[in-house]
Design a protein around this ligand. Structure first.
Ligand code: BES
Ligand code: MN
Ligand code: MN
Length: 462
């Protein structure tokens, strides 16, 4: 057994226990009730980086949650890898759908994870995946095989738009100078078919409010005679897609990058079973934009989805009422070369334009970000590819993902470096959902694969 494998084998139980401790802290960035927990988590990350062998670690204050920065410098003549990850997590709601407490991690076996998986909010997204890098650093240090310089930048606001990180990156270009950025915050095809994420979608997130009468009304006395904001909102939302499931906002597709027939044919080679996909979700049919496959619809095509809708009476029993207001939260996933701010404006103008007489509409933009595509002809991708092939025994396939990490395009703009997305999660890990989990196999495989990335990256840099 090589030193990497034997180090993981010897220390794996401690690696798992440490992650479990980290997962117990409810670092929910979206909910101000958990502010102290988010801050406490940054302190735990700081200590773990010190123990893993960083020369210097600091908590960097920002207008929002702190960023944990650490580095280990070996030589000015060697390349520098910048690791990014996030220690904040999504809210666990709906709580009643969790089989065990979201912040009471337990290990359970599943069909896909016969070695067991850790169930907890953040286990995969992103505490578990981020912590693989901390343990990989420990391993490289302890076995004397860290081949280059390393910097860590772990933030606490990814799930709410990374505003403070953008602030921090703009002000610390020199401190963050690097040759390549390494992130594990995405997924792969399966435990027998690794893949490297080569694209992320952009995002525009908006909230809409439709106001009708100045107060809630009796639905018998007024029903039929005034605009019902909930009816109107439903109609407006329905009109945002046409019969081919294309988005009807004028100009929405203008800048969308069209893939060539060859590129689409290449994508179609990735293993995928529509039957398994449907079975896993208990659906009898897939749904989406005409003319595209499921994998195209969820990666290279832009989308518009309602994420939440509310208004009127939703309590027990019935209440006959026409609400004064109706609301919805809407996300648009964007692809290269759509500009998220431009799309937000197009949405706002269109939504205001389609409002019928009798209601007023307010559109409030939340956050957003640009999509990203990593070229595969650079040494970062090649190093990742060699690393996966060595630990999984099969070559990794490039794959564009539908998710978003908006800060990645900002890294390219501000730090002028490419990001390599070495994800070890699976789509079935239920990130952002109840019963999120992360396979023990995936966690340990990540810790084993990351040091090889450093090794090959340094070799290929020479
Ligand atoms: N780690 C995810 C993004 C992701 C997951 C990308 C799986 C590819 C595969 C990240 O934490 C996330 O949830 N991002 C948000 C956007 C953010 C601005 C809230 C998303 O994609 O919804
Ligand atoms: Mn994440
Ligand atoms: Mn997330």
């Amino acid at each position: 057994m090589n030193t990497i494998k034997s180090y993981v084998e010897t220390h794996k139980n401690r690696f798992i226990d440490e992650l479990i401790e980290l997962l117990k802290i409810p670092s929910i960035s979206a909910d101000p009730a958990y502010t102290q927990d988010v801050i406490d988590t940054s302190a735990v990350i700081k200590t773990s980086l010190e123990k893993a062998g960083c020369d210097h670690v600091e908590i960097c204050e920002t207008p929002g949650y702190p960023i944990v920065y650490g580095h280990k410098h070996i030589s000015d003549d060697l390349p520098t890898v910048l690791v990014y990850g996030h220690y904040d997590v999504q809210p666990p709601d709906p709580l009643e759908l969790w089989e065990s407490g979201p912040f009471e991690p337990i290990i359970k076996k599943t069909e896909i994870h016969p070695e067991g998986a850790i169930f907890a909010r953040g286990s995969c997204d992103d505490k578990g995946q981020m912590y693989m890098h901390v343990k990989a650093l420990e391993l490289m240090n302890a076995t004397n095989q860290l081949p280059c310089n390393v910097k860590f930048m772990i933030e606490g606001e990814e799930e709410v738009g990374s505003e403070s990180l953008a602030w921090f990156v703009e002000r610390n270009q020199e401190k963050l100078a690097n040759d390549v950025i390494l992130i594990s915050d995405t997924g792969m095809i399966s435990n027998t078919q690794p893949s490297i994420t080569t694209g992320l979608r952009g995002l525009s997130y908006v909230e809409v409010e439709v106001t009708g009468p100045n107060r809630d009304l009796h639905s018998g006395l007024y029903g039929g005679a005034v605009a019902n904001p909930i009816n109107i909102l439903a109609k407006m939302i329905a009109s945002l897609h046409d019969e081919n499931n294309r988005i009807t906002i004028p100009g929405f597709y203008d800048k969308v990058e069209d893939l060539s027939t060859e590129e689409r044919a290449e994508m179609a080679k990735a293993p995928f079973s529509l039957e398994e996909y449907k079975n896993a979700l208990d659906i009898d049919s897939v749904y989406g934009e005409a003319g595209y496959t499921t994998n195209e619809r969820n990666s290279i095509r832009p989308t518009l989805d309602v994420n939440g809708i509310w208004g009127g009476y939703t309590g027990e029993g019935a209440k006959t009422v026409i609400a004064s207001k109706a609301y919805a939260k809407i996300s648009m996933r964007l692809v290269p070369n759509q500009e998220w701010k431009e799309i937000t404006e197009l949405f706002k103008t269109h939504f205001e334009n389609i409002a019928p007489k009798g209601v007023t509409v307010k559109v409030t933009p939340h956050h957003g970000g640009q999509g990203y595509v990593t070229p595969i002809d650079n040494i970062g991708y090649q190093a990742a590819s060699k690393a996966y092939e060595e630990t999984f025994g099969v070559p990794a396939i490039p794959q564009r993902s539908g998710g978003s990490i908006p800060i990645v395009s900002l890294f390219e703009k501000e730090l002028k470096s490419k990001t390599i997305l070495m994800g070890f999660g699976l789509n079935s890990d239920a990130i952002h959902s109840p019963n999120e989990h992360f396979g023990i196999f995936n966690y340990l495989k990540g810790i084993e694969t990351i040091p090889l990335f450093y090794k090959y990256y340094t070799e290929l840099s020479k």
